[in-house]
Ligand binder design. Structure first.
Ligand code: FES
Length: 78
């Protein structure tokens, strides 16, 4: 799938850049030896970056956020 039509970058190019350590769109462009032109691909690229970084657990949730996200304890009646 083409992610950046200006630079003909596919999702595989973006994933390769991520594997090489890219964590933001500008680093993806640099890794693939190109640069942003129209910028229309940035939202899609951010989605791929977030997905890849979450998959590799690069953004662990802070304990305070985990506590807020946890369901409330259920109290037994009676
Ligand atoms: S679509 Fe990527 S810079 Fe235009």
């Amino acid at each position: 799938m083409i992610v950046c039509s200006c630079n003909a970058l596919s999702h595989l190019d973006v994933e390769a850049a991520i594997q090489s350590g890219a964590s933001r769109p500008s680093e993806v462009y640099t890794a693939r030896k190109c640069r942003a032109q129209c910028g229309n691909c940035v939202p899609g690229m951010i989605c791929l970056l977030k997905e890849a970084l979450q998959k590799h657990n690069a953004f662990p949730l802070a304990p305070s956020l985990i506590a807020k996200a946890a369901p409330p304890a259920i109290k037994k009646a009676g």
